[in-house]
Design a protein around this ligand. Sequence first.
Ligand code: ZN
Ligand code: ZN
Ligand code: ZN
Ligand code: ZN
Length: 180
Amino acid sequence: MSVAGVPYTTNFTDLSNDQGFQFEFFCERCGTGYKSTFKASKTQEVAEKASQGLGKMFGGRLTKVAERGSSMLQNVAEPKEKEKALASAGAEVQSQFEQCPSCGSWVCRDNCWNAEMYMCSACAAKEQVAPCPHCGAEVKGTPKFCPECGKSVAPLTCASCGTTAEAGTKFCPECGTAFA
Ligand SMILES: [Zn+2]
Ligand SMILES: [Zn+2]
Ligand SMILES: [Zn+2]
Ligand SMILES: [Zn+2]
């Protein structure tokens, strides 16, 4: 379900209770949840004040009536108030998210964003430039072979212990097994 004013995710949970409103929005890429701050329900406050007032007025004997009155109040006013609370919670949590100018996806700043390159980490990995371990040419992204010298630039996996090492490494840094 998409929420008006929340462009960055369609995945959220309602953590609201009868005291107030809170929502958790999830990053669609990594699934991390970001909670909005808890906002006390205005209806609840009004209802509480009303019941306190009534209670005082009738020397506390009519608290039952006051309680009933407050829950009625709540039921009538809640849907609209919740809608508003959801919209403002969404706006608050949006600061945790960024839209990647390269792929257009919304991702969370904490796990899925490369602030230096101002793009999502998946796109940043594609743009990353690393020197070829064989000829030193700048190789963009993570291709299997260097476009300059044709040698393999894919990371190596040790057949004996499973450690990965940079292309061009001769021996496993963990167990000393020679790479083919
Ligand atoms: Zn991207
Ligand atoms: Zn994320
Ligand atoms: Zn090369
Ligand atoms: Zn090894």
